[in-house]
Design a protein around this ligand. Structure first.
Ligand SMILES: [Zn+2]
Length: 143
């Protein structure tokens, strides 16, 4: 399928946090995900940055993320998931791990979402999950 962009009428596209230019709306994210369409996205091609939309809308989920930030988020999620998945009681463990993480980062639990973090926050998550030994076993990778 060919990527199409169009005027959304749903407000102006968010500006790219890296170059500060307005992003471009794509009705399909298939070109970004090897043919898998995860819904509409806002992209900044020069920066290789994009952000998805809330399901069924053309409202961006947050800020545009470039390759570095996307990688950082994956690493933060990996590190964090190891924490709560290592518990016996998963659903509870996840909530508690998030609370603990928010404490370690010094932010409100309600603001503690890896999806909303920048590269620096993501690094702190990885560091906290390792250094504070929230996991019974440290991750195999060392910095
Ligand atoms: Zn840009």
């Amino acid at each position: 399928m060919k990527p199409r962009h169009r005027d959304t009428g749903a407000g102006r596209p968010p500006s790219c946090p890296y170059c500060l230019r307005p992003s471009r709306f794509l009705a399909s994210s298939a070109p970004l995900y090897h043919g898998h369409d995860y819904g509409p996205v806002y992209v900044c091609e020069p920066c290789g940055a994009w952000v998805g939309c809330h399901r069924g809308t053309e409202r961006p989920l947050g800020r545009l993320a470039n390759a570095e930030l996307r990688r950082a988020k994956v690493q933060a999620h990996d590190a964090f998931d190891r924490v709560w998945r290592s518990g016996d009681d998963h659903p509870r463990a996840r909530g508690e791990a998030y609370r603990r993480l928010a404490e370690l980062l010094g932010i409100e639990p309600s603001q503690c979402h890896i999806g909303m973090m920048d590269v620096e926050d993501c690094r702190r998550v990885v560091e906290a999950c390792t250094r504070e030994a929230l996991t019974p076993r440290p991750p195999g990778r060392r910095e």
